[in-house]
Design a protein around this ligand. Structure first.
Ligand code: SAH
Ligand code: SF4
Ligand code: F3S
Length: 439
């Protein structure tokens, strides 16, 4: 067994957050102890994201901070994992000469071995090989005591190649996990106190496409719905082009599937959607929203939107606003378009000026704030089932949990309720949370 402390710093999406949990599991099994404090660590891993320029910048500034620790302690091992590590590969050593380790998105299972190699004298090792089968998909993470919710990766990679997106280049081709393997992992989580699972994949709606077994995403949900001990099932992300009637029906027919879907639209202009290679039109998207709302009238719908895609005119942007007014999303994550190296849109004409992008983003966000508040106000006076997750951030006499529609509710209550589902009356709406009273 090894001794020493490790610290993992994570950027990026839930997929990366789960990869960090898996790395922590592997290091823990090898005898290392986790620390939240990078200053006392013997190993620091930065799990990186490269989806947008801002994500890159955050990673580099964090690395700069850890470099100082290495100057004080030359035995400190610093590694990078995740999507930026995959993108830069061994080139990362030129950008950060003090780095010891670069580990790509398909190679997490090699982490401990690579650390041992560094300890026995090797320097600057990188492994960013793409593998046909990603071994780390099956690494089970034991939930930390008291946690009620866990991530489960059901597929890796993406085959969609939306023209702006780097994910297929840094995560590789789409690969689904065997359903039996997923079921075993969820049973294991349920036995260890988990009540809610979030199924992860870049495009969960195409789950099963790469498997020899005959199973699709709605069928997988049906199987998970039968697992004792699991109360809630969430998933992300759904691609609108692959959302089927069968999936919409799951929101009506499967009692554990939560009333929330993250359905990134990206733009409300058919011209822009086509250039983004998204594979649907505004009309098609609205039809899917209608289908979801027919199956589950109160469903929360959240989305991602990019402003200032190459060639986006004021008129195209206005169509995005029109779409928002029509759908009225519960929340959106909105971004200024930025070029990503190697993607198709990097070479597109009609790049939009930064000031114009910023101005459009501000307008869009103001509208979303209005919609988010309006959606939350609509819930005032209603009674909701809330799964209690922990103590509130702002007031430690309060507890917090989530509704099935993924709204955070704060209310007075004791820590003994953590992990329980309770009835709560919604008394006040804020933009990003609700205030409730325990019934
Ligand atoms: N698989 C998910 C999204 C992954 S990336 C999906 O298909 O929806 C998360 C979000 O980042 C995307 O939905 C998109 O809105 C945004 N994004 C991706 N590449 C971007 C780029 N080059 N510029 C700006 N935003 C981008
Ligand atoms: Fe990127 Fe498109 Fe794949 Fe989502 S579906 S990860 S946006 S390429
Ligand atoms: Fe970022 Fe990679 Fe996720 S690029 S958004 S961490 S898949």
């Amino acid at each position: 067994m090894s001794t020493g402390k490790f610290h993992i710093h994570t950027f990026g999406c839930q997929m990366n957050a789960h990869d960090s949990e898996q790395m922590a599991q592997l290091l823990g099994e090898a005898g290392y102890v986790k620390t939240g404090d990078p200053e006392g660590a013997d190993i620091i891993i930065i799990n990186t994201c490269s989806v947008r320029e801002k994500a890159d910048q955050k990673v580099y500034s964090q690395l700069g901070r850890f470099k100082k620790l290495k100057q004080e302690n030359p035995d400190l091992i610093i590694g990078v994992a995740g999507c930026l590590a995959q993108e830069q590969a061994a080139g990362f050593f030129r950008k950060a000469t003090y780095l010891d380790l670069v580990i790509g998105t398909h190679n997490l299972h090699r982490l401990v071995k690579m650390i041992e190699e560094i300890k026995s004298g090797k320097s600057q090792i990188a492994d960013t090989t793409f593998r046909r089968s990603v071994r780390s998909l099956g690494i089970r993470t034991l939930p930390s005591p008291g946690s009620v919710s866990a991530f489960v990766t059901i597929m890796q990679g993406c085959n969609n190649f939306c023209s702006y997106c780097i994910v297929p280049y840094v995560r590789g081709r789409e690969e689904s996990r065997q359903s039996a393997d997923i079921m075993d992992e969820i049973r294991f989580l349920a036995e260890n106190g988990i009540m809610e699972v979030t199924l992860l994949g870049q495009n969960v709606n195409s789950y099963g496409a790469t498997l020899s077994e005959d199973v699709d995403f709605p069928e997988l949900l049906g199987m998970i719905n039968k697992i004792d001990g699991i109360d809630r099932i969430r998933f992300t992300t759904s691609h609108p082009k692959d959302l089927s009637g069968d999936l919409a029906a799951c929101f009506a027919d499967l009692d554990k599937v939560c009333e929330h879907i993250h359905l990134p639209v990206q733009s409300g202009s058919d011209y822009v959607l086509k250039k983004m290679k998204r594979g649907y039109t505004v009309g098609g998207y609205l039809e899917k929203v209608g289908m979801l709302r027919d199956a589950c009238p109160g469903i929360s719908i959240t989305s991602d939107i990019i402003v200032g895609f190459p060639g986006e005119k004021e008129d195209d942007f206005q169509k995005t606003i029109d779409l928002m007014e029509e759908v009225r999303f519960d929340n959106t994550f909105s971004f200024r378009y930025c070029d990503r190296h190697g993607t198709a849109s990097e070479g597109y004409d009609g790049k939009v000026e930064e000031t114009v992008k910023q101005e459009r983003l501000s307008r869009l966000q103001a509208i979303q704030e209005r919609h988010s508040l309006e959606k939350n106000r609509y819930l005032e006076g209603s009674v909701k089932d809330v799964l209690v997750e922990g103590i509130s951030k702002n007031d430690d006499t309060d507890i917090k949990g989530r509704t099935s529609g993924n709204k955070i509710v704060n209310f007075a209550g004791g820590a003994d309720l953590i992990g329980k589902t309770v009835r709560v009356k919604i008394v006040r709406a804020h933009m990003h949370s609700l205030r409730g009273e325990l019934l």
